[in-house]
Design a binder for this molecule. Structure first.
Ligand SMILES: Cc1cc2nc3c(=O)[nH]c(=O)nc-3n(C[C@H](O)[C@H](O)[C@H](O)COP(=O)(O)O)c2cc1C
Length: 200
């Protein structure tokens, strides 16, 4: 048994060494090209919210939000390691995702820029189960309990178990090429990828 354990430890240490060698020798994409690739990818805009140690509402604007699993219902948000909100979410174990509406570009800027009380200018209410801040007039919202935390480079992926959520009639706010885009008349596509009404 002791022998098996030490073999396992050797295997783990070999894996760590291999990762370190790969990190040193593999080529790495430049930050400029990274930003160019992802700046050209349209993304929805959300505000991730939480409560700090003193139960004050905090939050930041985020485009890195994705659905993960239907059963159980899971989503993920990706936050910069330096963010205060990330620490609060890890400590308190709950967070909210507010999917902004096309009319909320100002709300996005409010939560992305400046050193001010971000909640002074917005209407919000505590969520049903976790009491995290849910902003008014959003396209949709979800309240989550932390399911898993995955460190990845200078960001951290927070996977959340969705406790509750709701959706409105509002259109979503999107961000593309460093600008907000309000999807006024989105064109629908069928399963084959052809535009509706187009030739088949
Ligand atoms: C459209 C948009 C999308 C953003 N997406 C993210 C993101 O996915 N993750 C992240 O950590 N920061 C993202 N940011 C940056 C944060 O919103 C920004 O750093 C904010 O100032 C953080 O607030 P804080 O410094 O008070 O914590 C985004 C900003 C904008 C304008």
């Amino acid at each position: 048994m002791q022998y098996a354990l030490s073999e396992e430890l050797c295997e783990m240490s070999r894996a760590v060494e291999t990762k370190a060698i790969l990190e040193q020798s593999e080529p790495s994409l430049s930050p400029t090209m990274f930003r160019t690739i992802f700046g050209g990818l349209p993304a929805g805009v959300s505000v991730v919210t939480a409560l700090d140690e003193a139960s004050r509402p905090i939050g930041l604007t985020v485009s890195a939000v994705m659905s993960i699993s239907l059963s159980p219902p899971l989503l993920a948000v990706c936050l910069d390691n330096s963010k205060y909100t990330l620490e609060a979410i890890k400590r308190r174990g709950h967070f909210g995702v507010n999917f902004l509406s096309g009319r909320q570009a100002e709300v996005s800027n409010n939560f992305a820029f400046g050193d001010h009380d971000k909640f002074a200018a917005v209407d919000w209410a505590a969520s049903e189960h976790a009491g995290v801040p849910i902003l008014k007039d959003v396209r949709a919202h979800a309240e989550c309990a932390v399911w898993n935390v995955v460190e990845a480079g200078d960001h951290t992926l927070i996977i959340g178990h969705i406790l509750s959520g709701a959706v409105s009639e509002e259109r979503p706010l999107t961000y593309y090429s460093r600008q907000y885009v309000d999807l006024v008349f989105p064109q629908s596509f069928d399963r084959a990828g052809a535009a509706e009404g187009g030739s088949r």
